[in-house]
Design a protein around this ligand. Sequence first.
Ligand SMILES: Cc1ncc(C[n+]2csc(CCOP(=O)(O)OP(=O)(O)O)c2C)c(N)n1
Ligand code: SF4
Length: 285
Amino acid sequence: MIDKKVFESHDEKAWCPGCGNHGILEALKQALAELGKEPHEVVIASGIGQAAKTPHYINVNGFNGLHGRAIPPAVGAKIANKELTVIINSGDGDSYGEGGNHLLHNIRRNVDITHFVHDNQIYGLTKGQASPTTAQGQTTSIQTGGVVVNPLNPLAFAISLGCTFVARSFAGDKDHLVPIMKAAIQHKGYALVDILQPCVVFNKVNTYQWYKERVYHLDEGYDVTNKMAAFQKSYEWNEGIPMGIIYQEEKETYIDRVATLRDGSPLVNRTLDPKKAERFLEDFR
Ligand SMILES: Cc1ncc(C[n+]2csc(CCOP(=O)(O)OP(=O)(O)O)c2C)c(N)n1
Ligand code: SF4
């Protein structure tokens, strides 16, 4: 374990007091410290949004990109240097809406990165429009007559596509969130953690109290490898929301499947020999 203080950043936080993002950030620093990670060994990527400001508020390598585009730079960083711990911290809109296509295809690729979705069920930064996880019928700053479309079920979506680690936790339960983060970071393969995160300003439905009345911890006897049980758990919501590792399996990662990446040192450490490209250049002459 290293001192959590090494992850402190000097940037002033622009999050509201009471925002669930604070709890997620503190849990993340603790998880990294308990795993003994040094700041230079970690990269955090994000897209755009309130949650996506996370790389500014933690002292590790950071990449704050375009809306919905957190996965491509994260995947690029991992492929360039497989020794890095690569994490994404982004919102439900960024991850499941604008970034949905990248999410879908990274599940197929199984690049070994960890994705923490700060799921406040709303677009926080742009003042409270519905996101893909806002409940049907919920009124928002734009959908004043209630959301008319079906919400996305991120857990069932991920399990159905073969995601190798699917979990849920809650920004208001650090004792649960820290071990889940550690397990997700240690998992070999793409790990998706949907973190319930109250937005105290724009989501007046899914409050701390609302979640506290519903969340429950999966018991120790729960079999994380049982896909059908995982589907059932992923559909539990209003009456009780299960928290924990919903599904996990071991599968070859993208790097395991590509010999050039798998064998030998990380790409960034290899010396380039431009002469080896000569025969390919011939085709263009
Ligand atoms: C391509 C694109 N579309 C829309 C926007 C405007 N925009 C910026 S942040 C945001 C919502 C972010 O919501 P979410 O990802 O859920 O994060 P939160 O702010 O709730 O943490 C939107 C729609 C943008 N910057 N780029
Ligand atoms: S508007 Fe909501 S998501 Fe944004 S900082 Fe405030 S509480 Fe957090």
